[in-house]
Design a protein around this ligand. Structure first.
Ligand code: ZN
Length: 412
């Protein structure tokens, strides 16, 4: 079995040695010594931490970075994003996803929860680049029955193809999916034990339109359809009242908070304090690159904390809670034995360069990590026991960048 030995690394403030056997942390002990079987990482100047889980994104949209900025959600979607996406080919989606995963690796994300289409291309890119994902095939009524059925077939086909990649159903949002299709997606997810991933109560307009059409707010409408459950991940969840937060909590729905996208599209303010007080199951996601415009989870976590403090006072969402949201809650929701550097856990890790100027002085590591540092401090990423980045270099990155540049030329 392949073993990796991380020598003299800082773990929770103490120097130790760590051995990875296969895809798990097998030993953590300062008295361990490396053997000739071990692939040795000298980690004198490094700290080790668990990587980020990006709970809501549309990876291939990295190709739309900077294409349409500075407008509200509905004109942005209707006049720019959807017409652009209608022209994208499977190849474009593959190239865009590889660019996104490169950026995710470089900024410390080991898992992403995606929602897009042509997910066979997204699956291929993810499988090649060796990180974890849950890939949501999106459903909207306007696609028509033939495409909808093909999408269900695609989820089924890829369901068990890789232990690293989960498949999910992703009914896009209450304003694009009918009651019948919601119920069909929920039944499929239940039957196949998959996640159901969707946008929910993102804008005031969505809530008003839903009340006009169904006589209820989006959360209450979905609850009345019986589709909410512990396999659900709802993105945004901005325009909700206290009772709706309790409904989501009661049903076990996980909430993906997207602070930058909410700010950029002027969607509104997440109820961070209420979510924190009610111990709702909150995760953090970047959303797609066209409403962010990057996939940097350090930045996203910092924004989550800062906007919470701005709205509710500086004691709201302390740094350790933000880390729970962006690192620790993800593995629980997606049923993975990760999110912690401990014996028996999945060997996913980042090595942080403690000589990086933003880690000096080091009064509080977590504070430096989220409030001060940038992805420049991340030297190495290990995913499932394999080194996917070392000295900030990812295999094949030059080709990924040049093919994305080439692909984007035709849109310019
Ligand atoms: Zn989204």
């Amino acid at each position: 079995m392949k073993t990796v030995f991380i020598k003299n690394v800082l773990l929770n403030g103490t120097k130790t040695n760590i051995r990875i056997s296969g895809n798990l942390f097998s030993e953590i002990d300062p008295s361990l010594v490396p053997t000739e079987n071990d692939e040795l990482i000298e980690a004198d100047n490094f700290a080790i931490v668990p990587p980020f889980y990006n709970a809501h994104t549309h990876a291939a949209m990295s190709l739309l970075r900077g294409y349409a900025d500075d407008m509200a959600l509905f004109p942005w979607l209707n006049d720019y994003i959807w017409p652009f996406e209608a022209k994208m080919t499977a190849d474009d989606i593959y190239i865009g996803t590889r660019l996104a995963i490169l950026e995710m690796i470089k900024s410390g994300t080991v898992f992403y929860n995606d929602m897009y289409w042509m997910m066979d291309s997204v699956w291929k890119a993810t499988d090649e680049m060796g990180i974890r994902a849950c890939l949501g095939v999106s459903f909207m009524d306007f696609l028509g029955e033939e495409k909808i059925q093909k999408s269900f077939d695609l989820v089924e086909e890829y369901l068990h193809k890789s232990p690293m990649i989960q498949m999910s159903v992703a009914p896009h949002a209450p304003y694009t999916v009918s009651d019948k299709l919601w119920i069909r997606c929920a039944d499929f997810a239940k039957q196949h034990h998959t996640i159901m991933h969707f946008h929910l109560s993102e804008t005031e307009k969505e809530v008003k339109d839903c009340v006009a059409e169904h006589g209820m707010t989006p959360v209450r409408w979905l609850d009345s359809l019986g589709v909410l459950g512990p396999n659900c991940i709802a993105a945004h969840v901005v325009h909700v009242d206290e009772e709706e937060i309790q409904i989501l909590k009661k049903r076990g729905v996980a909430i993906a908070h997207n602070p930058v996208s909410n700010m950029k599209l002027s969607s509104g303010f997440f109820k961070s304090a209420l979510m924190e007080q009610s111990s709702s199951n909150v995760l953090i996601g970047t959303d797609g690159c066209s409403s962010n415009n990057n996939l940097d989870m350090i930045e996203e976590s910092k924004f989550a904390a800062m906007i919470a403090k701005c709205n509710y006072g500086s004691e709201t969402l302390p740094v350790n809670t933000v880390i729970d949201w962006s690192v620790k809650n993800g593995p629980k929701v997606f049923g993975l034995n990760g999110g912690e550097i401990a014996v028996g856990k999945l060997a996913d890790a980042l090595l942080i360069n403690m000589n990086n100027e933003r880690f000096v002085p080091n009064f509080n590591f977590n504070s430096n990590w989220i409030y001060a540092s940038s992805c420049e401090a991340i030297d190495t990423m290990i995913c499932n026991g394999k080194i996917v980045m070392r000295n900030r270099h990812v295999n094949g990155e030059e080709e990924i960048i040049s093919s994305a540049k080439q692909c984007a030329k035709k849109w310019m």
